[in-house]
Design a protein around this ligand. Sequence first.
Ligand code: BG6
Ligand code: MG
Length: 225
Amino acid sequence: MKGEIRGFIFDLDGVIVDTAKYHYQSWVRLAKTFGYHFRKQDNEALKGVSRMQSLEIILRLAGEKRSAAEKEIMCAQKNEWYRELIQGMTKDNALPGVNRFIRNLRRRNKKIALGSASKNARTILKQIKMIHLFDAIVDGTNISKGKPDPEVFIKAAKALKVKTEECLVFEDAEKGIEAAKAAGMYTVGVGDRKILHEADLVISTFNQLTWRSIKSKILASKQDP
Ligand code: BG6
Ligand code: MG
């Protein structure tokens, strides 16, 4: 078996909190302003992608063109609506088992980072009372390239002072798994196996999950042939 895993990097939206639905609702509302119905099945492509890139995907789907200044205004509007939806979040909005799982890792002296494309990450972590569990936070305010570029995860490993090959990433987005693999990290997909099949392991929830129960499966995934 190869190496040890010392750094654990968590995506936020869809891994720690179920905010993907709020992002989606806000984009639907924005798309309505120019008469477009943004369909649920197209939402997967927005996961892990920055706010501006998300808007550009929707505009392309709608066959619409906007100037850079107009796009800035649209993103600001979407974010205002999104923030209205997340403002009532409390610690009960953390996805089942994730808080316990992270606290467990900390007890084992593991290093914990957030690796998210969201500029709202710190606000959300504070609201759900989990911000103190992270040794490092790399989010949409620290990166210039979105997933599937590995920048966010490489920066998170650096901030933790852990080698990239000693990191494990938890991700709900296909582009996030791609980014983590490009960074040379171990990967756990959180969600649908059909979408996340490139991950070393796929889990549906953190409920009942222990590091001990998945450790050997993950390390074995990179075993030399
Ligand atoms: C990612 C989400 O975590 O953050 C994307 O998966 C979202 O859907 C992106 O667009 C940016 O989020 P925010 O909060 O900065 O608009
Ligand atoms: Mg996500």
